[in-house]
Design a binder for this molecule. Structure first.
Ligand code: AOF
Ligand code: ZN
Length: 359
């Protein structure tokens, strides 16, 4: 199953909105085939692994399949993998974790068991859940897994009082950040960052076959049509979420290729929790946020964030802008507690992954 998880990882940046699944076929203590989920509409991991075994010249009958997610039982964009495994005449199927998709949810393994095949589940369940943390969250809550990326000095500062902010962390940390962009279904920023930095919100540190959807939270539609985030060379598009209608500006932005989404709250700002639900409806599993302290603070306050991805440079910036614009507290019992998930040195910097407790 550990090897099957390594195969699943090959689909890290490409399977969305499907989960990344790996499958290994074993016969007589030997791996005879392996595969991972192909882009949506193409073969699932199990079908890839069966084909691979056959292409390698092996007879898959009475072999064992190790799959990192329960094989599907429904006709989606592709036929059920459970049927493919049954028809292949396997002896045993080992699944890491049940598929939370209500169209599957235990029926895949049931069908395999009903065909007289031995079934075992769960195996390495935590690692399999982690591999598809966004898919699990979306299936269970209707919202994406939200990862907020930020870079700061060791004293938690992101920019000087005069807004100078580039290159606080080193080149390795910046390149590492692109790996997290690449695996995300969408990258979200705010109008403040857009006007200040004119970010492209694309993956550029290495070649990719899919760019994440770009999302701009822009209550008053101040995005210039010349913004780099709108002038993309691929078809993944940009979505501008606004709260104050402005027909002329709307027409200009639509003509510039953006999609507009009107989602106001009672204060004339974008309704962020409603946006998360809408992104879930659009099959966004992992949402990557790279915004400024104001939008970051609002997203945290409104309970929209699951995880922080912080790059911390070994430097002090003193009196300067902080990471998150959050209100002052009067008592330590009010503090927002997180738990560290992983800490690693990347070049000269530290990468800290910390998770909020589910509310
Ligand atoms: C598997 N193996 O490798 C993956 C599975 O529309 P479809 O046919 O591509 O089905 C998508 C659903 O299939 C997805 O929501 C999830 O429940 C399951 N993903 N299942 O047997 C795979 N990626
Ligand atoms: Zn399937």
């Amino acid at each position: 199953m550990q090897i099957a998880l390594e195969w699943a990882e090959k689909g890290l940046n490409t399977t969305t909105p499907n989960p990344r699944v790996g499958c290994v076929i074993v016969k007589n203590q030997q791996i005879i085939g392996a595969g991972f989920t192909q882009p949506a509409g193409q073969a699932h991991a199990e079908v890839q692994a069966l084909r691979n075994a056959t292409a390698n010249g092996y007879d898959v009958r009475s072999a064992t399949a190790y799959v990192t997610l329960e094989p599907c039982s429904h006709f989606g964009r592709t036929p059920p993998c459970a049927d493919a495994l049954v028809n292949a005449g396997l002896k045993r199927v080992v699944a890491a974790i049940l598929d939370p998709n209500p169209q599957v949810a235990g029926r895949g393994l049931e069908r395999i068991r009903a065909a007289g095949i031995d079934v075992e589940c769960p195996v390495l369940e935590d690692a399999a859940h982690e591999m598809n943390i966004g898919f699990f969250k979306r299936m269970q809550t209707g919202k994406p897994w939200v990862r907020m990326k930020a870079a700061a000095s060791l004293d938690g500062k992101t920019a000087l009082h005069n807004n100078q902010s580039q290159w606080i962390t080193g080149a390795e940390a910046r390149a590492d950040g692109h790996h997290w962009r690449a695996r995300a279904c969408a990258i979200l920023t705010g109008i403040g960052t857009l006007l200040e930095d004119n970010p492209q919100l694309t993956v550029r540190a290495f070649p990719v076959t899919r760019q994440p959807l770009r999302i701009i939270v822009d209550s008053k539609l101040q995005t210039p049509t010349s913004a780099k985030a709108l002038n993309y060379a691929d078809s993944s598009g940009a979505l501008i979420v606004y709260a104050v209608p402005n027909p002329e500006q709307q027409a200009r932005l639509i003509a510039a290729g953006a999609e507009l989404l009107y989602l106001p709250n009672a204060h004339g700002k974008v309704d962020l929790p409603a946006l998360m639900l809408e992104l879930g409806r659009r099959e966004i599993n992992e949402l990557h946020i790279e915004a400024g302290s104001k939008l970051n603070g609002s997203l945290i306050r409104e309970g929209c964030v699951d995880e922080l991805l912080l790059y911390l440079a070994p430097s002090l910036l003193g009196d300067a802008r902080g990471l998150f614009d959050l209100p002052a507290l009067d008592d330590l019992t009010q503090q927002t507690r997180l738990r560290f998930r992983q800490i690693q040195q990347i070049g000269e910097d530290l990468r800290v992954l910390a998770r909020f407790y589910p509310s």
